[in-house]
Design a protein around this ligand. Structure first.
Ligand code: AMP
Length: 116
């Protein structure tokens, strides 16, 4: 686990504002500040985990809860019927810029493949 604090810690602590769409005891979801689709939400664990690569066997519960939170957000924002994309950028080649695990939920338009 990374010891370095990130901007997402400040969002969790309400030290900086975010457009929060969903929250439970373990997860927080808020609109991305630079949306890449009509709907672009980030789902994060409140506990700091650096990325997918740093998940441990003991993190299976929070990993599952993150995916369940994605489903909740998708239903809440009416993406469930039309579909959406879930992305986890991991590390330098993955294009990760914030070292706090987050799932991008992108929807509201037709996604392309392969991604850039
Ligand atoms: P990644 O590049 O996968 O690490 O994604 C980090 C995401 O965090 C980017 O899409 C940024 O636009 C987003 N982001 C950075 N700062 C904020 C913020 N203060 N509020 C909302 N989203 C942010």
């Amino acid at each position: 686990m990374s010891e370095a604090s990130t901007i997402f810690d400040k969002i969790i602590a309400r030290e900086i504002p975010a457009d929060i769409v969903y929250e439970n005891d373990d997860c927080l979801a808020f609109h991305d500040i630079q949306p890449q689709a009509p709907v672009h939400v980030l789902v994060i664990p409140k506990r700091r985990i650096e990325n997918v690569a740093s998940l441990q066997d003991g993190d299976s519960e929070i990993a599952g809860k993150l995916l369940l939170a994605v489903g909740h957000v998708a239903r809440q924002l009416n993406l469930a019927e039309t579909g959406y994309r879930v992305v986890a950028n991991c590390g330098a080649d993955g294009g990760q810029s914030v070292d706090h695990l987050h799932l991008h939920v992108l929807g509201g338009r037709q996604m392309k493949w392969p991604p850039g």
